[in-house]
Design a protein around this ligand. Structure first.
Ligand SMILES: [Zn+2]
Length: 423
């Protein structure tokens, strides 16, 4: 759960469209007449989705709601295997063979991360490979998918173990203020991860190059310059290695910040659509969304750790001896901490979604103003129905959407068109 949230943070993406939706006749060049009806224009776009396409899109996205629930239940099951079925004690016995206390803790944490990954593997295969193929979104063979998954495992075991070792060192020394120190260490790790990921982590999974010369590149770079974004901070990457999804993102912090567009976007979209998406991404960059998001996360992670601290101590009194956990600073309690984090993270999902979605709406407005391509933006928003439900109810959008829905985006674009084009 936490990894997913961090991943979301790293990828403030607009996400991806399908090439088949036929654009309506309106074009950006034509100033809409006085009879231009925003609602009707929005509906015309929504109608470009066939009933079959809409049913498939709804099924994929709504299935994701249930997956979030299954993820939490599965995480509780994994914790039970460690705490109730005794896997935790076996891990401890193995780790005890190390010569020094800190090495024992490090081995315990690393073994836990490895085994928890292995226990979650069937669900990961279903979510990341089987289901993506069922909906025609993946370009990977199982072997390619597995190699990426193993790279991710390697990174999380190496760096996750070190961060957790530091957190446990603080928890053992700082008593009831431990959650405060844990928040600080988690945030330092997160900031470092955001800072280094475009340079050291993302290139492990994809190849990043400069944009190929041509009118599309010229249009993007001129829009970037107009908004104060250096041209050498714009990259292209081969997302088609993994997926058919069209998307782009802003990543990094300070000297590593950059806009990256994926090759699916470049190959499957019109110049107007590409310009519209890049306007949105420049919005994330110019509006400093990543630093702002880190501040939100600092507050939320602090609140979550504080809450977990309370629940953990209550459970410790009752189940600690049976589960072999002596205190918050005991690494044997890691499965319980992760389970609690999964539950709280699940309950906080609408809050995280709303924080992210609010930034996405800001980037949408920025992008419309910067690119001035309301119809390109609308057609891309329709293409994103490939993996995002196009027309949810208002409450559904608040609870489950980390980006505005297609309907919201098309409506925003048509309103912008009615009021801004020709001015
Ligand atoms: Zn975005």
């Amino acid at each position: 759960m936490l990894y997913k949230l961090l991943f979301l943070l790293l990828l403030l993406g607009l996400a991806a469209p399908r090439a088949s939706a036929a654009p309506p006749a309106d074009t950006v060049a034509a100033r809409p007449g006085p009879a231009f009806d925003v609602e009707a224009a929005t509906q015309r776009y929504l109608n470009t989705l066939t009933p079959d396409q809409k049913a498939k899109s709804d099924a994929y996205f709504e299935g994701g709601y249930w997956l979030q629930l299954w993820d939490v239940l599965y995480a509780l099951g994994v914790a039970a295997v460690f705490l109730r079925l005794g896997l935790g004690r076996r891990v401890q016995a193995l780790a005890e063979r190390m010569p020094r206390p800190w090495l024992r803790r490090l081995a315990h944490i690393a073994l836990y991360l490895l085994l928890a990954w292995a226990l979650s593997f069937p669900l990961s295969v279903y979510e990341g490979y089987v289901r993506e193929h069922q909906y025609g979104l993946s370009n990977q063979t199982f072997g390619e998918w597995l190699v990426d998954a193993l790279k991710g495992l390697g990174l999380s075991v190496v760096f996750g173990s070190l961060v957790l070792l530091a957190i446990y060192a603080a928890l053992r020394r700082t008593g009831r203020r431990g959650w405060l120190w844990a928040t600080g260490i988690a945030m330092v790790a997160l900031v470092l991860q955001v800072f280094v990921s475009p340079v050291f982590i993302s290139p492990l999974f994809n190849k990043y190059t400069s944009l190929p010369a041509g009118p599309v590149r010229d249009g993007i770079l001129s829009m970037a310059r107009a908004n104060g974004v250096p041209a050498n901070n714009v990259y292209l990457f081969d997302a088609s290695r993994q997926s058919k999804r069209i998307s782009a993102n802003v990543s990094g912090l300070g000297s590593t910040i950059r806009v990256s567009l994926n090759d699916n976007l470049l190959n499957r979209c019109t110049p107007a659509e590409i310009q519209a998406v890049m306007g949105h991404e420049l919005g994330h960059y110019v509006l400093n969304h990543i630093p702002k998001m880190l501040v939100f996360f600092l507050l939320l992670i602090g609140l979550i750790f504080w809450g977990i601290d309370g629940v953990f101590h209550r459970l410790l009194g009752r189940y600690g001896p049976g589960w072999g956990i002596t205190g918050l600073g005991d690494v044997a309690g890691l499965p319980l901490l992760v389970a609690l984090l999964a539950v709280v993270g699940f309950l906080a999902t609408p809050v995280f979604n709303t924080i992210i979605r609010t930034q996405e709406q800001e980037a949408d407005s920025f992008g419309l103003n910067a690119a001035r391509q309301p119809d390109g933006f609308a057609t891309v928003a329709m293409k994103l129905s490939e993996y995002r439900k196009i027309n949810p109810g208002p409450l559904e959008e608040i609870l489950f959407f980390d980006h505005p829905s297609g309907h919201t985006r098309v409506l925003t674009a048509m309103r912008w068109k009615a009021e801004q084009v020709g001015k």
